[in-house]
Design a protein around this ligand. Structure first.
Ligand code: GLA
Length: 394
């Protein structure tokens, strides 16, 4: 994560003065529980060490100014309705509106790869709001959960992705030594210690496949899932969250429904079971079971959720065949983007590079990989101050 010194130098270079404070929010990986967070499922992400760092300074007037390294060549942008029609600038403008900030200088730096399924937009949503709220500690502050929901809503409005709450929640509440089992229905979580991953390396592989249609396809899957769930709710005589009902009962109902509704519900139920099985495997340090669950998850994402691509399926298969790889699967929204793989440490770099060369030859896509480490959830800091957890402060 980019620290205070580098961030404040960047801020000073563009605004000529020191920032007042900063907020850093991490990206996340998702161990398991994909495409179920918008349906009330329980998911198992963990926050990682790279993330988005935001420095701010309040102004009595003059509007909002933004400088960032994520919009190409850094330069100061005036943020208003006329200039920020859509994309990242509109997103930051919406986040400022949510915190009722009319005038401020904002600098954003990120060491989180963008578009690789590591949730750079959710981290931005948390870090920008956290920094702007910290500028006015005397105001009535929203709860940490409300900040997560606001970031989610801003993504819906400004970026057009009807995402669930997993990424924002993981970025806010993440812990260095635990994954979070998030109940997205109740908006609560339990900590699952990561000691069961000892001796493993968490590898994120960027497929190199652009996610151009990702938002529209993702939204379509979301709508299909919610539609299928509503139909199952009607046929079953009603429920609030699908987890109230025995999965066998809902599966029997799903089998009477036409495709794709049947397959979407099948994914929801089987992925939910795998999340709980993964928690048990993590607690028992049963690494082969974790690998098997990743492979099963990918098969379900490919066949029942239909969010994979031919290229990603090829890459998963290549990774699964690599000595030391326990299992791999598509991670995040799908339709391109990244994969998660668990490896017995240390990863054989040369073998992995060779594999990516084979993939490049087969798919004409340039893939890359990085090994990620867990990191803490969002925090506030300033010149000479220590860190303070954003979730605890709110
Ligand atoms: C994206 C969304 C999340 C979640 C995943 C799929 O990362 O932002 O809310 O739906 O896709 O599990």
């Amino acid at each position: 994560m980019i620290g205070w010194r580098q961030l404040s130098e960047f801020f000073m270079r563009h605004f000529g003065e020191e920032p007042e404070l900063s907020c850093c929010a991490p990206g996340r990986i998702n161990l398991i529980g994909e495409h179920i967070d918008y349906a009330g499922g329980a998911v198992l992400p963990l926050s990682i060490s790279p993330g988005v760092s935001v420095a701010v300074r309040s102004l009595p007037a003059g509007g909002l100014s933004l400088v960032t390294d994520v919009l190409g060549e850094p330069q100061v942008h005036k943020l208003d309705r006329a200039t920020a029609a859509d994309g990242p600038a509109a997103y930051v403008l919406e986040l400022a509106r949510l915190t009722e900030t009319a005038s401020a200088q904002i600098a954003i730096l990120s060491d989180l790869p963008v578009g690789q399924g590591l949730s750079s937009s959710a981290a931005t949503g948390i870090a920008v709001q956290g920094a702007l709220l910290a500028l006015k500690p005397d105001a009535v502050l929203p709860s940490a959960r409300a900040v997560c929901r606001a970031a989610q809503r801003a993504e819906h409005l400004a970026l057009g992705t009807s995402c669930g709450l997993m990424d924002q929640y993981a970025s806010m509440f993440g812990l260095e030594d635990s994954a979070l089992l998030i109940d997205t229905w109740k908006e609560s979580h339990t900590e699952v210690p990561l000691s069961g991953l000892a001796g493993l390396e968490i590898v994120v592989v960027d497929s190199g496949q652009p996610r151009q249609l990702a938002a529209s396809e993702y939204n379509r899957r979301h709508a299909e899932m919610v539609g299928a769930l509503n139909e199952a709710r009607r046929l079953s005589g009603g429920f609030d969250c699908f987890r109230e009902r025995p999965p066998e009962e809902l599966l029997a109902i799903a089998e009477t429904m036409p495709d794709p509704a049947r397959r979407r519900i099948r994914h929801l139920l089987s992925e939910q079971r795998r999340v709980h099985d993964f928690v048990a495997a993590l607690q028992a340090a049963d690494q082969p079971a974790m690998g098997r669950l990743l492979r099963e998850s990918h098969a379900s994402l490919r066949d029942d959720a239909a969010v994979s691509t031919t290229q990603i399926d090829i890459l998963v298969e290549l990774l699964d065949g690599l000595p030391g790889c326990l299992g791999a699967r598509l991670m995040g929204g799908g339709f391109g983007g990244s994969l998660l793989a668990l490896f017995t440490a240390p990863v054989d770099n040369a073998a992995l590079d060779d594999l990516l060369r084979d993939y490049a030859a087969a798919c004409t896509l340039q893939a890359g990989w990085l090994s990620v480490a867990p990191g803490p959830g969002a925090w506030l800091s300033g010149a000479g101050n220590g860190r303070r957890s954003l979730a605890e402060w709110l």
